[in-house]
Design a protein around this ligand. Sequence first.
Ligand code: SAM
Length: 245
Amino acid sequence: RGALYLVPTPIGNLEDMTMRALRILKEADVIAAEDTRNTKRLCNYFEIETPLTSYHDFNQEQGGEKLLHMLREGKTVALVSDAGMPCISDPGKDISMKAMAEGFAVVPLPGANAALTALVGSGLPAQPFLFYGFLSRQKKERKESLEGLAKRHETIIFYEAPHRMKDTLKDMHAILGDRKIVLARELTKKFEEFLRGTIEEALEWANSSEIRGEFVVIVEGADESVIEEEVTWWSALSVVEHIEK
Ligand code: SAM
């Protein structure tokens, strides 16, 4: 009987590929990839010769039908996105639901994910947390979403593109007020760094720097103390860069 595996791939460091993920990619009949060229590079690196097919946001109908057809033929399909976990701000939910509806096993593999890695490294409470993902690109919708989040007590995790960071931090400052924030940049990569400070400090930094790289933005929940007196290292947007040998 066909099975759909949801296979996480590294978010930077290729060593974060798990042994099980490698085995599933090798043994699957087909790898459905968000970007086949990108996944081809990963496969070449790990000497995986499984055929690739395309499955992304813009061919969910057609691509999905093709994958369901393979599942009906008893094939094993491994779904990967460009980086991290499929389904987490990435394609995967649609085909998973269709496969489940037809009674196929949908098997999620644990592995690399930017949100949880950032949360764990942030120093902010790891539970309860709320994963928001990307805010809307539209100013009005982005503001409305932030207004809806303003009273939540959970630590909130956002994904954001570098070129939208200034606008997002500006809206966060206006709507959430000043709170602790952590910008987790280039996780697992050579120049990984954590910037810890307040939203105001982050905004000042964003206004005076060229913002590059990939970011997870973690904001503390409502009603937490903004800066605890004793935690002196937290202020002034301290930057901790770590270069792994
Ligand atoms: N599916 C992925 C996951 O499990 O984390 C997320 C894919 S989403 C399209 C891409 C966003 O994830 C980026 O814009 C950034 O916010 C975040 N991201 C991915 N890799 C990252 C990294 N190495 N460091 C920091 N953020 C990262």
